[in-house]
Design a protein around this ligand. Structure first.
Ligand SMILES: Nc1nc2c(ncn2[C@@H]2O[C@H](COP(=O)(O)OP(=O)(O)OP(=O)(O)O)[C@@H](O)[C@H]2O)c(=O)[nH]1
Ligand SMILES: [Zn+2]
Length: 367
């Protein structure tokens, strides 16, 4: 493996010049663990690296801290010495989401992701609002969106074509393909994108065929499954703890609990958004804590009574919070794994004692 196989390019080389002069080496982060990061050096050697206080301190937000997929400058230690991240290189793209729960903190799921492949099907999973959510996230990240309308073998051609056309009309920059993973043409499509140095991640609802595709990409060596291990927060396929996996025939996949949880999050937002008009009515209720049942001055009830709001839709709205909590409960295992992952990542950043001491000195303005 070479730096180019990992995605190194001229821009990175240019940005790295001052660090090369100091004798540091470029490395790409492939995992975060409770005590350190894992990284690939240019020759493919896998090393453990720790963060220096200065890099930590320079980050004003969590999202600026090194994350899987980032390129960093490492001072490779001698015997018994740590390998230390001395600097991070600018990100080309950054795939991120809000932290689970109410926090507004941004969480980086993968840095320098070139392609986000969204898998859906033309049947029960097809939801244009959810697709819009994915496109919003991908657009913000700077990555290219590739959509697979999968399971084409199980649906009439017309249905597949209509679904693909509707998705393509949402965002002209997205490539939309009709595929059947079990017939093998999904793999063919993904391989076309997975050129040397390209980093991809695959997202989509449960049951659309992601594992089928990823297992085909990995070949026999790996078995990818989205069932998350309670202890490690990883899928069972992880015989190692890598979150960035180089593929035999070129390209890399990033997969971690944050990536898998995107689906749940977009579903919750999709659900809420589908009631935006009812929410708007709620602003006109007489009391701010209106429960929209038999409360006096309720604008929503008034809309139902006057026939402006459909009774069934009103009932669904009242049930929205229940539905969302059911959604979260169904995905509780995943959610727990993701939160553990987020906490673990946070620990990485403050774990090293020397770094914490340096950081405190920095904060006091000492040198
Ligand atoms: N007919 C048909 N079925 C498919 C295709 N791709 C996957 N499946 C089936 O759909 C089911 C779900 O596929 P998975 O690959 O496990 O889906 P997933 O997206 O990984 O789902 P989670 O593991 O729940 O996240 C399996 O029974 C697959 O065999 C396809 O192209 N056509
Ligand atoms: Zn009300």
């Amino acid at each position: 493996m070479t730096l180019k196989d990992l995605g190194w390019n001229d821009d990175l080389e240019k940005a790295f010049a001052p660090y090369r002069a100091k004798g540091w080496e470029p490395a790409r982060l492939i995992r975060e663990s409770p005590i350190n990061f894992g990284a690939f050096l240019g020759d493919g050697e896998e090393i453990d690296v720790i963060l220096c206080g200065r890099v930590w301190h320079a980050a004003t937000r969590d999202a600026d801290l090194p994350a899987v997929g980032d390129w960093v400058a490492v001072e490779v230690g001698g015997e018994n010495e740590d390998n230390v991240i001395r600097a991070t290189l600018p990100r080309r793209t950054c795939f991120s989401r809000k932290m689970p729960g109410k926090s507004s903190e941004e969480q980086v799921i993968g840095a320098n992701v070139d392609i986000v492949a969204v898998v859906t099907d033309p049947g029960s999973d097809f939801n244009i609002r959810r697709m819009e959510r994915y496109f919003m996230l991908i657009g913000r990240s700077g990555a290219k969106a590739v959509v697979l309308v999968n399971k084409s073998d199980a649906f009439p051609t017309e249905v597949c074509k209509n679904a693909a056309a509707e998705i393509a009309a949402l965002w002209s920059e997205a490539d939309v393909h009709i595929t059947s993973a079990i017939k093998g043409d999904g793999l063919k499509v993904l391989k076309k994108y997975l050129k040397r140095g390209v980093t991809m991640c695959i997202v989509g609802s449960s049951g659309v065929g992601k594992s089928t595709l990823v297992n085909q990409l990995y070949g026999d060596e790996w078995q990818w499954t989205s069932e998350v291990n309670e202890v490690t927060g990883k899928g069972r396929h992880t015989t190692t703890s890598r979150e960035l996996v180089p593929l035999d025939n070129g390209g890399m996949l990033i997969d971690n609990p944050g990536m898998r949880e995107i689906q749940m999050w977009t579903d919750e937002t999709t659900l809420r958004d589908s009631f935006a008009d009812v929410e708007a009515l709620a602003a006109e209720c007489k009391f701010r804590d209106c429960r929209h049942r038999n409360d006096a001055g309720c604008a929503i009830r008034a809309a139902v009574d006057s026939g402006k709001l459909d009774m069934g839709r009103y009932e669904n709205f009242l049930n929205l919070e229940n539905e969302i909590s059911a959604l979260l409960k169904r995905a509780e295992k995943r959610q727990m794994a993701v939160e553990r992952w987020a906490k673990r990542n946070h620990r990485v950043k403050a774990r090293n004692l020397a770094d914490r001491i340096q950081l405190e000195k920095d904060e006091r303005g000492e040198i």
